[in-house]
Design a protein around this ligand. Structure first.
Ligand code: X8Z
Ligand code: ZN
Length: 615
């Protein structure tokens, strides 16, 4: 399948000869190395194949992206069918190119061509096998799963509610019976997905095997510039750095919940009830900060309340996030961003509310899609989403296969890294709080606890999502054990349990967007570690000498320049090269996040003294 390869041997031989003549400093030699000629010929063939593949993929992906956008912002049978059709065509194209690329032996190619071929082979999230009808069946299932999740509703107190409302109750209610009912209600929307999910796993694994991977989990783990087993070991290494802090946070949280709810609702020992943590998936716990707060002084304002008091609209929240990026010297977002983004939930039609950032033309048509609400959580999320868009804009001049994050954790980390600079100092600078309200150093423990409830509590959740999925994809967990495995893994990593026994047909993982949405989750685990590495490096570049959690890079053009340089590289080089340029280290490393929370660790250990922690 070597289409469009016209380069005769003569041409490449002369190129090599020229190369040799230029490289040599001594007297000109006329000898020609036959191995070098053969290598150059293969490289020329591979380049031609890749050029062609990249232009085909780019063209098709723009059509597919538009169809997916149309569906995500207006879920109907028609838009779903159109998205599934375009999705199937796109998958077929990429799978056929990935299979054709097997004609090249990457070990015999120069690094640039070898890298692109590797990206082409391992970069499809859900590959279909090439047999007739498989891509269509896969696309039908995934579109249906996505729509089922996004339109999910259940009965609560005599009326039908959706995820937005359920999430609000989980965060605001302090009635354990009500919390349990809402938790169970939302999880009930996932049960019908189980058969489709099982079938999807079968098809995608067949696709992965055709591409030469033992199963899809191994294919996903092949996207980190190292062998899958080594990457899994890296993840464990990173987790072991942060696990002691999580254990203290869990212990402290359990103690406060026990004091608040009493032994009958939340026992003082053992796991924590998942519905008491202020978030549907117990992935971030700052929603119950009021119950968990320290007895040290804390800030006198609440960011959610303050945004509302100041009359912020969702649009203004996005504009404020943009202003942070431009303060670093980055360009304003294109006009089309404002015209085409979906910033709030539209009336009268179903949409995918789970926030996402899009790049429709791989050049400038970037957009976000959110059902933004005016609160601290979504203030964080708008920065997160713009991080994706700014990354996309930064690497737009790369070749198509390099238009991506250095790895997927980088993509997730960009906006969060920026949002780590939303310090009290910054809030004062933009007028959200007054100088008198700015909390002093005595509020540090409280501020850090609030952040840790989001950033530290998240890590074992993120680990659980893909631990569960890797076992499912590898076949280690059979369909009849899907739910038990989910509960077991969450208990082991997070120390949490469902509020009551689960029904036999439960499919609780399906109640988390990224399972029916098929978004790999390891990226967020990596992001939550690396965003602190980026933050620490940026603060050092800025000459900051105080505690890390008080450092804001707002307005720092020099940091912005180096940050943009990191983003411009896209996926064009191994990620350790990109990381090193910005942070000076080639390794992902949990020591920055540990340093950031160090004062909190001291406090938690004191508070937990004498208790038997763990579950
Ligand atoms: O899904 C997201 C983003 C879009 S990439 C809103 N996040 C994860 C989640 O919500 O589960 C960001 C943090 C974790
Ligand atoms: Zn994201």
């Amino acid at each position: 399948m070597m289409r469009h390869v016209f380069k005769p041997a003569l041409k490449s031989a002369s190129l090599i000869a020229i190369g040799l003549a230029l490289a040599a400093c001594g007297p000109a030699k006329t000898t020609i190395d036959p191995d070098a000629i053969a290598m150059e010929e293969r490289a020329i063939e591979a380049r031609a194949f890749l050029d062609d593949a990249e232009s085909q993929i780019a063209a098709k992906s723009h059509i597919a992206a538009q169809a997916y956008w149309d569906q995500a912002t207006n879920i109907t049978p028609e838009t779903s069918a159109a998205a599934a059709q375009q999705g199937a065509e796109f998958t077929k194209l990429v799978v056929s190119l990935a299979n054709a690329s097997k004609d090249f032996d990457v070990s015999e190619l120069p690094p640039a061509e070898a890298r692109k071929l590797q990206i082409l082979r391992s970069g499809i999230t859900l590959p279909a096998p090439s047999r007739e009808g498989a891509a269509e069946e896969l696309a039908d299932i995934t579109t249906k799963l996505d729509a089922t999740y996004s339109t999910g509703k259940f009965m609560f107190q005599g009326r039908e509610i959706d995820l937005l409302e359920a999430s609000r109750i989980i965060q605001e209610s302090r009635d354990p019976e009500e919390l349990k009912a809402v938790w169970e209600g939302w999880h009930s929307i996932a049960a019908p997905m189980a058969p489709d999910y099982t079938r999807m796993v079968e098809i995608a694994n067949e696709g992965a095997r055709e591409l030469g991977y033992p199963s899809l989990d191994q294919m996903w783990l092949s996207n980190y510039d190292m062998p899958p087993a080594q990457m899994e070991a890296e993840v464990q290494r990173l987790w072991s750095q942060v696990e002691p802090l999580y254990k203290e946070l869990h212990c402290y949280t359990r103690g406060r919940l026990n004091s608040y709810y009493g032994e009958a609702v939340q026992p003082a020992a053992g796991p924590i009830r998942a519905d008491l943590l202020g978030n549907m998936w117990a992935q971030q716990w700052s929603g119950v900060y009021d119950i968990l707060q320290t007895d040290t002084p804390g800030p006198s304002y609440d960011l959610s309340e303050r945004l509302n008091e100041k009359g912020y609209t969702p649009l203004q929240m996005v504009q404020t996030a943009e202003a942070f990026f431009t303060s670093l010297g980055l360009q304003a977002l294109p006009q089309t961003f404002w015209e085409r983004s979906m910033i709030t939930k539209p009336e009268g039609r179903e949409v995918v509310c789970h926030a996402s950032a899009w790049d429709l033309d791989d050049f400038e048509d970037v957009r976000i899609k959110m059902c933004t609400q005016v609160n601290a959580e979504d203030f964080q999320t708008v920065h997160h989403e713009l991080g994706h868009n700014y990354y996309q804009l930064a690497y737009r001049n790369q070749d198509h296969l390099y238009k991506n994050g250095a790895h997927d954790g980088f993509h997730e980390a960009i906006g969060d890294f920026v949002a780590l600079s939303i310090t009290p100092e910054y809030l004062e600078q933009i007028g959200l709080i007054t100088a008198e309200e700015k909390p002093g150093a005595d509020a540090d423990t409280a501020l850090l606890l609030n952040t840790a409830l989001d950033k530290i509590a998240f890590l074992p959740f993120a680990l659980s999502v893909d631990s569960w999925r890797w076992d499912v994809l590898s076949g280690e967990t059979a369909p009849e054990n899907y739910n038990q495995s989910w509960t077991d893994i969450r208990l082991k990593n997070q120390g949490i349990i469902p509020p009551g026994p689960r029904p036999a047909d439960a499919f609780d993982p399906g109640a988390k967007y990224h399972i029916p949405g098929n978004t790999p989750y390891l990226r967020y685990f990596l992001s939550f570690i690396m965003q602190f590495q980026f933050h620490k490096a940026a603060c050092e570049q800025a000459g900051w000498e105080g505690p890390l959690h008080r450092c804001s890079i707002y307005g720092n053009k020099e940091v912005g320049r180096r940050f943009e340089e990191m983003m411009e590289a896209g996926m064009s080089q191994p990620w350790p090269d990109t990381l090193e340029k910005f942070t000076g280290t080639r390794e992902m490393d949990g020591s920055a996040i540990i340093e950031y929370f160090d004062p909190l660790m001291v406090y938690l250990k004191e508070e937990n003294a004498g208790q038997s922690c763990g579950w």
